[in-house]
Design a protein around this ligand. Structure first.
Ligand code: ADP
Ligand code: MG
Length: 675
């Protein structure tokens, strides 16, 4: 920042994340305005910003309906609701001297003819030439005018270090323009530049800038990954007796994809550096068994494992599976749950604090300060996207300063490849892209709520045949909206489906009660489970083959996909009925169409991204990620691919340049994120 910069100005710039000349130089226009042409007032298309020019006749302050400055020009009225006295004087002077006003904005019909409200304007003497190039418009903040900001940016442009961090060969390989001329051209478009390409950010200059931004993101995450990977971890070889026994008598034959993921995990675990792997696989693809195999390797090495699930319901399900699979081998398992008494909790805590191998299963309670592991070597995080960044960090810290636990994250929320490249750039990824054999699939039906009676008949029929069903309702409490509550639905259904045994599962039940209901359902003692979205995550009851989702139009795509994934887990043909209330909004109709037509989670995620855009799609997941200002992960997918490849080669070839690159693009943004 130039030394003359006043502190107040500095603060405003800091709000925009602009601290250094580099930051300012890389603060690129949001859009461009075409001031190279004048449009006659009577020829302006409605709703489109145009530049007009007219002789100033008079300026006056009016008090009705609100205090405002009204400027009368030939054939044109300008209105300013917020204005300075100096502006009024400026216009009065122009009126006296026969000056012209050049105003840029949208014209609309007014009482005195064509009007513009709050246009950007300049007063010019007659004969002033028009700018020859497009005018950049920058993202700015309150109290910092475009004019001021533009001036600062252009000054900074000369002071900034824009030396290219990319080797010439790399630029050539990806067909990238040089950095400095690109940045200059974006701030000062050349006359005759391709206006559309500039506006749509598809010009070679934009391409270079987006690439750099994506590259910086990749680099920063890869650097973080390497730093962690350089730490020490306890090697967990896969040659131990328990693992050999377990692999010899797995409950089923692993799919090829499961086998591949297992091999990748076991290879990582055997190394003296922490694994940081994401196990990605669609709902029902069988991630749990793969994780269990990793856990056994740790126990073989005499170490401890933490298996963390986002809900107690899911944690208990893991407990059940792990016990079924591993207890016969004599693998010690500990269960840390909300229903434990203080004494019970203490007993578990003691076990973990003792230097003895154990697989501890629980929710994030496992990572409370009070719970200390003597020898945590592996942390498994199921449905990791459900956990916040903070919880993930707590986990990283848990193993103490010396060594880090290996980490296996699991996610059934597939995210499109471009996003995963970005979001998971600091992880290695194993993907299970195949479902276990024998799955019959889920048939999806869209049914209007007015046909509820038919749906009830269908449930009666199915349950008479010994099938089990879920009925999903969106919310549990009376709300002002017309959503049926789970409680009401439950009562209603009990009346409508007399003779069927129904249970109710919702988030307000105590963990113990939830577990009890779930146990009954698993044991086949309930025909129907009325539930809120608490069953969305991970619940696995293979005998359930029918699901009804009420008010399906209110759910998001990822949620519908997750919910539907609760059925189709057994050998029986399953059906998911999406009940919707009419009329449907366009957005809801689009979502239902996607879920009706697709079963592949990755396809659905792709559509979800297309419908919602990356910002909303990522939601809070994005927190902790360096934000992208220019690149668009959907549109710039090929560039993101290149950036990923380039990050590896730049880190390997010229680490100093890689660090300079990250510094240039992200130093101030990190500060912004922290502020
Ligand atoms: P998710 O990947 O959604 O966590 P789970 O691990 O819960 O899936 O597995 C879904 C169901 O499929 C479970 O009942 C599990 O025991 C079963 N399963 C997993 N792998 C196989 C396989 N290779 N063959 C048959 N059944 C399997
Ligand atoms: Mg699971």
């Amino acid at each position: 920042m130039p030394r003359s910069t006043a502190p107040a100005l500095e603060k405003k710039l800091a709000r925009l994340g602009l601290r250094t000349p580099q930051d300012l130089a890389l603060h690129l226009p949001l859009r461009y305005e075409d001031e190279t042409r004048l449009t006659p007032v009577d020829a302006a298309p409605p709703g489109t910003p145009v530049q007009v020019e007219a002789r100033v006749l008079k300026a006056e302050v009016k008090y009705r309906p609100k205090r405002q400055l009204v400027v009368h020009a030939e054939g044109l009225v300008l209105r300013f609701l917020n204005f300075y006295g100096s502006q009024q004087k400026q216009f009065e002077l122009a009126a006296d001297e026969g000056g012209l006003v050049r105003a840029y904005g949208e014209l609309r019909p007014g009482f005195f003819g064509a009007e513009m409200v709050h246009p950007r304007y300049r007063i010019v003497p007659p004969g002033t030439p028009l700018p020859r190039a497009l005018t950049p418009v920058y993202p700015t903040t309150a109290g910092l005018s475009q004019f001021q900001l533009r001036k600062l940016v252009l000054e900074a442009l000369d002071a900034a270090d824009l030396e290219d961090t990319l080797p010439a060969a790399m630029r050539e390989r990806y067909g990238l323009a040089a950095l400095a001329p690109s940045v200059h051209a974006l701030h000062r478009p050349r006359p005759g530049a391709d206006t559309a390409a500039l506006a749509e950010r598809t010009s070679p200059e934009w391409r270079r800038v987006k690439f750099d931004e994506l590259l910086a993101q990749q680099l920063s995450m890869r650097i973080a990954y390497r730093a962690r990977r350089a730490r020490e971890a306890m090697p967990l070889p896969s040659s131990g007796p328990l693992l050999r026994k377990f692999l010899g008598k797995l409950p089923f034959r692993l799919t090829r994809a499961q086998g591949r993921a297992m091999a990748e995990i076991l290879k990582d675990l055997a190394e003296p550096h922490p694994m940081q792997r994401l196990l990605q696989g669609d709902v029902g693809s069988g991630k749990t068994i793969v994780a269990a195999i990793g856990c056994v390797a740790a126990v073989d090495a005499g170490a401890q494992v933490a298996v963390m699930a986002p809900t107690e319901l899911l944690a208990e399900q893991h407990l059940r599976k792990f016990t079924e699979w591993l207890a016969p081998l004599g693998v010690p398992i500990a269960w840390l749950h909300g229903g434990l008494t203080a004494a019970g909790k203490n007993a578990v805590a003691k076990r973990l604090a003792a230097d003895q191998p154990v697989i501890a299963i629980g929710t994030h309670a496992l990572f409370q300060k009070k719970v200390g592991f003597a020898r945590l070597a592996l942390a498994v995080v199921d449905e990791q996207h459900r956990f916040g960044v903070q919880q993930r960090l707590a986990l990283r810290r848990k193993a103490g300063a010396q060594t880090m636990p290996h980490q296996l994250m699991m996610s059934a929320t597939p995210i499109p490849r471009t996003l995963s490249m970005t979001y998971y750039a600091d992880l290695d990824v194993s993907t299970i892209d195949e479902l276990p054999p024998g799955r019959r699939g889920v048939a999806t039906r869209l049914v209007a709520a007015s046909r509820r009676a038919e749906v009830l008949a269908r449930i009666r029929e199915a349950c008479a045949e010994g099938q089990q069903a879920y009925w999903v309702c969106p919310v549990i409490e009376e709300s002002k909206h017309d959503l049926q509550t789970a409680l009401d639905t439950y009562e209603l259904l009990r009346g409508e489906l007399k003779g069927l045994r129904a249970g109710l599962l919702h988030g307000r039940l105590a963990a113990e009660e939830k577990a009890a209901v779930m146990r009954q359902f698993i044991a086949g003692k309930l025909n129907l489970l009325v539930a809120t979205t608490v069953i969305e995550v991970g619940v696995d009851v293979p005998a359930a083959s029918l699901m009804v989702i009420e008010h399906a139009e209110r759910f998001g795509l990822a949620q519908l996909h997750q919910l539907r994934g609760r059925v189709g887990r057994g050998a029986r043909e399953s059906v998911c009925i999406l009940l919707f209330a009419e009329p449907l909004s366009d957005a809801a109709r689009a979502r239902l169409k996607v879920i009706f037509e697709n079963t592949d989670g990755f396809r659905i995620a792709r559509e979800d991204l297309r419908l919602r855009g990356p910002g909303e799609f990522l939601g809070e997941r994005q927190s902790g990620l360096p934000l992208l200002k220019y690149a668009d992960l959907d549109k710039d997918e090929p560039l993101a691919e290149y950036a990923r490849e380039a990050a590896e080669s730049l880190l390997a070839g010229d680490e100093a340049a890689a660090r300079r690159h990250v510094e240039r693009w992200l130093a101030s943004r990190h500060e912004l994120a922290r502020a």
